[in-house]
Every structure is written in C-alpha cells, then in structure tokens.
Design a protein around this ligand. Structure first.
Ligand code: BGP
Length: 474
C-alpha cells in the first residue's frame, strides 16, 4: 500500500548562497574563506555557480510550477557586511529583499539560514569559529538581519556546525584544511553552539513572531559488528558528529556520558578538552528551551569498527566508487557491511538510518517542538543528451527511487509519533558541491553550467505529485 504524508506536510527545495548565487565579486560582496582556497587548490571556480544571483526569479517560477512550497536559502554574510563587521553594503541588503519578495510572489515560504559554511575571509583569518571575535560578529550580523528582514518568518542560525568543524579540523577538506585536531574540532563545535544559542535568545527577546531553528548533519552511526569494541567505536563517532550537538542544542546540556566520550577521544590523541564557562552553559540551556525546530540533514549512515592505528582519511571527491577511507585514531574505522548499496561518492543508501535518527530525536530530545528534514537527496553524474529543447525532461530514475525510499522512511517515523513537518530535497537545482565540484548533481532542475539553461528532471514531476497528493507513489 502507498505510504502517505500528513496533509500539512511541506515539500521544499534547498540551496546555499555560495553554492548557487555566483556573482562572488558583484555589488560589493566581501571575500569568504573559500575564494582563495578553491583557487589555490585548483578545485573549481565558484562563479557563476547556478547564477541564482541573477536567475532567482526563473528558479522560483519553476519551483512554483513543480510543487515546491518552501525553499531553503542562505544569506551570504559577506554581502551584508563585506568585512564581517562594520559598514553595511546596501546592495547586498537590497538583493535579499528582492529575493524574499520574489518568493512571496510565487507563494513560496523561505527558510533563511544565517551561516552556511561561508565565513567572511577577515573573520576566518582571525580564527573562524575558534575565536570570540567571530562569535560576537555573528551575533551582531544576526541581529541586523532580524531587524532588517522582517518579512522572513523562518530563521536557521547555522547550517551543519558539526560538518564545518569536522571538515575544517579533523578531515581537512574545508579551509584551513587541518587534520586530526580533535581539540580544535570540539572547541569550534562548542563555540558555534554558543553563537547559535545567543542568536536564538536574541531573536526570542525581539518578539518578531517568527520561528527559529538550527540545521544539523545527522548521519546515524551503527556498529559494524556486535562486538564491544565496535559498539564503542560507534558511540565515539556518534559523540564526535552527532551527540554533542544534539545534547547542547536540543536538551540544553551536555550529558556526562557525552562529555566522557569526547574526553576519551581527546585523551587518546593527547589533546586538551574544550573550554566552557558556567555562563555559556546557561545561555545554551536557555536557547534549547526556546528553540522552535530542528533541521535534520540526513543522506547516509555510517558503520564503525574498532581501530587503534594512525588517523588516515581519503576523501572521494571524484565519484570513483570505493576510494574513500576514514580511520580516526581514538575513534574508529568506517567499514560498511557488504550488502549496503552506495552512490559513486561512497555514500550509503540506507533509509532506515533516516527513520532511526528521527525517532532518536523524538524519543531522546522531547524539548524540541518540530522537526524538518532540511536536506536529503542523491548526488549523481548526469549529462544533457544531444538534441535537447526547452521541453526536454531528463530521466533520473535513481533519484526517484532514492526519494521514494527516504520519504517512505520519514512517513514511517511520523506514523510512530515523530513530529516531522516538512522535507527539503537537496538540492532545488544543480549547484556545485564544496568538495566535489560541478559533477555531483543533486537538483530537481538540471543546470547546464556553460549556458545556465534549466531543464526539468523526471524527479521534479514525481516531486510535484507527492506535494499535491501527499501520497508517496509505489
Ligand atoms: C551538506 C551541505 C550542503 C551540500 C550537501 C551535499 O553537508 O549542507 O551544502 O553540499 O551536504 O554534500 P556534498 O556537496 O558534499 O555532496
């Protein structure tokens, strides 16, 4: 029997400023941590991305036509404050007012993220999330946005704080590309938690009538086998990537067992515990009691086994299946059971992991009123066939299959009591991937990068059907 979603369940598409806008040097935009880094690494150019800076209206019109009711966009901090702090750039402010007006015109509600991996360069150099200056500047920028963009009713403080910290300081795939620095990773996690909490508390005290939440990358971690060593490795990996954040932002306090796991990782690597003060912990606690929703980004799950060797990570940024390696000293080694299907980028396809994460939040973190799935989708290698015209619809059966399974898992969690209010596919239109460039496509709408023409994929037609009927077709 077909599974169904609640009648008020919202169907949306997700984007992030740096991944879609392009125009990185236009209208006074300031530099961000990626600009020089991408050039130096020779990864790919961030311009023109999906040229959303100029084509937002076209994308929103397509979205409206294909049943997209809500959209995730982020504000590029460096368009508002080119230097991170100080003088406001009015052209940046005007751009976002135009974008939100266009959303309104197309009947699409924006969920607006304040920080999606794009720290202004000056603050990045000053220490990024490891510095107090960054935390204070973020709070000031957020308050400015709340006062200015009163048309926004859904705010997200930070996108995936854990990915930012882990990729900056554990895996080295995000600038400044350091590896094995668990001490910096946890300090950056804690500092982002404070920044998030201060912003939530500020927003609530302003009484603007909207809602505010945070978006986490939450990949469920399972033990590879039932051995004690593998179960403990899974618990350590979970503390590193999920649990510290879930505790801090959704319960308002770090559970003693969570802190013990964090300390174990640090001790095994001869590194120091992160610093926190009682005042900071009060701020975190207050915010958790006022948070309106949590966003769950879930794509894949992980299986961990015991590992005592040196840290070694290889990122699969090319789509050559089977090339990724993840072994962290003091944590464990990622090792998937053979029967688990993966994408070309070695991401497991495991809808059960989505279900289990939603139920974990429902059961273990009852303070948070609402859950949204704020990112989920599949990255594929897709090409334009010859002889296309503007009415060509591109076949993407793998995406439809993936969406069917994951939305089904969400429907199951809702039936078991999880208060999931909506779903945002990653991504609305094709855009670049931070560590994989333009060849990993996720969109409902295909973007031909040289011409920037848009083509509809079959998944968009499927998506509209779900949005209109709330039935997930078999
Ligand atoms: C999330 C980010 C997105 C997006 C997505 C897909 O972590 O919030 O910005 O990039 O993952 O990941 P990737 O681009 O690595 O395939």
């Amino acid at each position: 029997m077909s599974k169904t979603l609640p009648k008020d369940f919202l169907m949306g598409g997700a984007t992030a400023a740096y991944q879609v806008e392009g125009a990185t040097k236009e209208d006074g935009k300031g530099q961000v941590l990626w600009d020089d880094f991408l050039k130096k690494e020779g990864r790919f150019a961030p311009d023109p991305a999906a040229d959303f800076y100029h084509r937002y209206d076209e994308d929103l019109a397509l979205s409206e036509k294909y049943g997209v009711q809500v959209i995730r966009v982020s504000i590029a901090w460096s368009r508002i404050f080119p230097d991170g702090t100080g003088a406001v750039e009015p052209r940046g402010v005007a751009y976002y007012h135009k974008l939100f007006a266009s959303c309104k015109q197309h009947g699409i509600e924006p969920f607006v993220t304040l920080h999606h991996f794009d720290t202004p360069e000056r603050l990045h150099v000053a220490g990024d999330w490891l510095s107090q200056e960054m935390v204070d500047a973020f709070v000031a920028y957020a308050k400015f946005c709340f006062q200015e963009f009163t048309e926004v009713k859904y705010w997200i403080t930070i996108n995936e704080p854990t990915s930012m910290a882990v990729q900056q300081y554990t895996n080295g795939t995000f600038p400044p590309a350091e590896s094995g620095r668990f001490d910096k990773t946890f300090q950056a996690e804690h500092n982002q938690m404070i920044a998030h909490a201060r912003v939530v508390n500020a927003y609530k005290s302003m009484d603007l009538g909207g809602k505010i939440g945070i978006v986490h990358a939450l990949q469920t971690v399972y033990p590879y086998s039932n051995s004690e060593g593998d179960r403990h490795a899974a618990a350590l990996q979970d503390a590193l990537e999920n649990r510290l954040y879930l505790d801090g932002t959704l319960a308002g306090k770090y559970a003693p067992e969570t802190l013990a796991l964090v300390k174990e990782i640090l001790d095994k690597n001869n590194q120091k515990m992160f610093k926190s003060t009682p005042e900071e912990l009060d701020v975190i606690d207050k915010a958790a009691h006022q948070l309106d929703f949590v966003g769950v980004n879930n794509y894949f799950s992980k299986w961990l086994r015991e590992y005592n060797g040196k840290s070694e990570t290889v990122h699969n940024g090319t789509g050559a299946k089977g090339t990724s390696v993840a072994r962290l000293h003091g944590v464990g080694e990622e090792k998937r059971p053979d029967n688990i299907e993966t994408t070309d980028w070695d991401w497991s396809i495991y809808p059960r992991g989505m279900h289990d994460m939603l139920m974990r939040i429902h059961n273990d973190y009852p303070l948070v009123p609402e859950i949204y799935v704020t990112e989920n989708g599949i990255g594929l290698k897709e090409e334009l066939p010859g002889n296309v015209n503007k009415n060509t619809v591109l076949a993407d059966p793998k995406r439809i299959d993936y969406l069917k399974k994951y939305l089904g898992a969400i429907a199951d969690a809702i039936a078991e009591g999880a208060n999931v209010k909506g779903y945002f596919i990653w991504s609305l239109q094709d855009q670049f991937s931070w560590t994989n460039g333009y060849s990993k496509r996720y969109g409902l709408f295909f973007v031909d990068f040289p011409t920037q023409k848009r083509y509809v994929k079959q998944s968009a037609i499927w998506f509209k059907k779900v949005s209109d009927t709330h039935v997930i077709p078999d």
